[in-house]
Ligand binder design. Structure first.
Ligand code: NAI
Ligand code: MG
Length: 334
C-alpha cells in the first residue's frame, strides 16, 4: 500500500530535520508526502498558526510527521491570540497518548506514556482581579485516565515490557491525581494474567530516580504536565533532546514528532541532530504496520550513533545532512 503522509515542518530546526527524515523514509517505502503549514512563520504569513486546510489534510492522511514550532513571546503578538498548533492538533485529532521512548541503545531503555489531551494543558486559566489570584484548572476525567492507562498496558504487552509504573502527586492533588491513581490500579486488574509488575511513585521521587537509578523504569504512565517535564529530564540521560522521538496516538490518527522544539539557538546552522525526528519516523513505520522497516531504521540509527557519526550535541562533528547520509548508508545494507 502507498501510504499518504502529511508533512508539517513548522519553524526553526523543524525545517531542517523534517526534510532529512523524508529523505530517509524514501529509502524504506513508497510514500506520498503532502506538505502543509503550521507555526509562527505561518501565523505571520497567513494570520493563522494552523490553517484549517492543514488539519483537513492531516485527517485525510495515514499518518502525520511534525517538526517543531516556535511559540511567540507575548510582546511579539501585539494583542493577537496565538494557540500552539501542536496543542490544536493533539486536541482536534484526539491524540490522547504521547509515547516517549528513552533509549541510548545500550543500558537505558524505558518509555514514558503521557496523557496528551487534558490535565493542566486544557488552557483554562484566568486572573481574578478581586482576589488578585491567577488560577489554572487541572482537568482529569475518568475517560481520559482510563484510555491512557489502558493504552500503557496494551503497549507493555505488545512490546514485551515487564513493568508499568504510575507517576502522580496524589498525596497533594487528592481529587485529580487520586482519580488517576485509582483508575490505574483498576485497569491493572484487567491485565493480571499477563504478569506485568505494577507500582506507583510520586512525581518528585520519580524525578530523583530518573537521575539516580533509571533502570528501575520500564513503562511509565502519567498525566500531561508531569509527562512533559519527566520526558525532557529523561532525555538528558541519553545525551539530550537530539535523540528523543515521540508518537502522539489516538483511536483514529497518529502524529510523529521529535520531543524537542524549534531550537532557535542552532537553527539555520545545519547542525541540528536529525536522529530524534528520524526515530520518530521509525515509530511512524511501526504504526503503519511496517515493522520490518521500522526495525531496520532503528538499527541503522543505532549503528550510526555507535560509530560516532553524530552532530555536535552528541559529541560528533558532522552536519545534519551528513548524519542523514550515514543513516541512509546503513539502511541500504539491509
Ligand atoms: P528546544 O527543544 O527547542 O531546545 C532546547 C535545547 O536543546 C537547545 O539548546 C537546543 O539547541 C537543543 N536542541 C533541541 N533540538 C535539537 C536538535 N535536533 N539537535 C541538537 N540540539 C537540539 O527548547 P526551547 O529552546 O526551550 O524552545 C524553543 C522554541 O521551541 C520555543 O518557542 C518553544 O515554545 C518551542 N517548543 C516547541 C515544541 C514543539 O513544537 N513540540 C516543543 C518544545 C518547545
Ligand atoms: Mg516538552
Amino acid at each position: 500500500k502507498k501510504y499518504k503522509i502529511c508533512v508539517i515542518e513548522g519553524d526553526g530546526v523543524g525545517k531542517e530535520v523534517i526534510p532529512e527524515t523524508v529523505r530517509v523514509l524514501k529509502n524504506l517505502g513508497d510514500f506520498q508526502f503532502i506538505k502543509e503549514y503550521a507555526g509562527y512563520e505561518c501565523f505571520k504569513k497567513y494570520g493563522d498558526a494552523i490553517p484549517s486546510k492543514t488539519v483537513e489534510t492531516a485527517k485525510e492522511c495515514d499518518a502525520i510527521l511534525f517538526g517543531a514550532v516556535t511559540t511567540p513571546k507575548p510582546h511579539e503578538l501585539e494583542g493577537k491570540v496565538y494557540r500552539s498548533p501542536i496543542l490544536t492538533l493533539r486536541r482536534e485529532l484526539d491524540l490522547y497518548a504521547n509515547i516517549r521512548p528513552i533509549s541510548n541503545f545500550r543500558d537505558i531503555d524505558f518509555v514514558i506514556i503521557r496523557e496528551n489531551t487534558e490535565g493542566l494543558y486544557v488552557g483554562r486559566e484566568y486572573y481574578n482581579p478581586c482576589t488578585e489570584e491567577a488560577v489554572a484548572e487541572r482537568v482529569i476525567s475518568k475517560k481520559g485516565c482510563y484510555r491512557v492507562v489502558k493504552f500503557a498496558f496494551e503497549y507493555a504487552l505488545k512490546h514485551h515490557r515487564k513493568k508499568v509504573t504510575c507517576v502522580h502527586k496524589a498525596n497533594v492533588l487528592r481529587v485529580t491525581d487520586g482519580l488517576f491513581l485509582k483508575i490505574f490500579y483498576q485497569v491493572s486488574e484487567e491485565y493480571k494474567e499477563y504478569n506485568i509488575e505494577v507500582n506507583d511513585y510520586l512525581v518528585d521521587t520519580t524525578a530523583m530516580y530518573i537521575v539516580k537509578n533509571p533502570k528501575i523504569f520500564d513503562v511509565i504512565v502519567t498525566t500531561n504536565l508531569f509527562g512533559d517535564i519527566l520526558s525532557d529530564e529523561a532525555s538528558g540521560l541519553i545525551g539530550g533532546l537530539g535523540l528523543a522521538p515521540s508518537a502522539n496516538i489516538g483511536d483514529r490518527y497518529g502524529l510523529f514528532e521529535p520531543v524537542h522544539g524549534s531550537a532557535p539557538d542552532i537553527a539555520g546552522k545545519g547542525i541540528a541532530n536529525p536522529l530524534a525526528t528520524i526515530l520518530s519516523g521509525a515509530m511512524m513505520l511501526y504504526y503503519l504496520g511496517m515493522k520490518k522497516e521500522s526495525k531496520i531504521l532503528r538499527m541503522a540509527v543505532k549503528s550510526v550513533v555507535e560509530k560516532g557519526y553524530t552532530t555536535p550535541d552528541l559529541g560528533g562533528n558532522l552536519k545534519t545532512r551528513e548524519v542523514t547520509d550515514k543513516v541512509i548508508e546503513e539502511v541500504k545494507k539491509y
